[in-house]
Design a protein around this ligand. Sequence first.
Ligand code: DGP
Length: 113
Amino acid sequence: MSECIFCRIAAGEIPAQKLYEDEECLAFRDIEPVAPTHLLVIPIEHIQSQAHAMEEHEALLGHLMRVAAEVASKSGLTNGFRVVANTGQDGGQTVNHLHLHVLGGRQMHWPPG
Ligand code: DGP
C-alpha cells in the first residue's frame, strides 16, 4: 500500500469528494478549504512535485491545467479563479504528490502570503 495520501485517494483507498476522473488525473475537493471553492487536480502517476516533472510529462502537465479550468467552470467559477502549485519547502508544499489547487468564489489577493 502506498504511503502517499494522494496515491491512496487515486487508488480509491481513501475517500474523497471527486469532481472529475480520467485515466491520467483526478480532481477532488480539498479537505482544508481556504476559499469557498477549493479543488485539487492531481496526476494519477506519482510525481513528487512540479520540480520533479520531466520532459515526458509535458502533455500531462498541460492536461492538468485544462482539467483545472474545466472543473473550475463546472463549479461555477465564471468570474475567475486561481491555480496554484505549491512546490517544495519554500513553496509551502505539504503533500509530496504534484497537485494544482483551484481556488475561487472570492476575490484573490496579490502578493500571496
Ligand atoms: P499543499 O500544502 O500545497 O501540499 O496542499 C496539500 C493540500 O492537500 C492541503 O490544502 C490539504 C489537502 N489534503 C491533505 N490531505 C488530504 C486528504 O486526505 N483529502 C483531501 N481531500 N485533501 C487533503
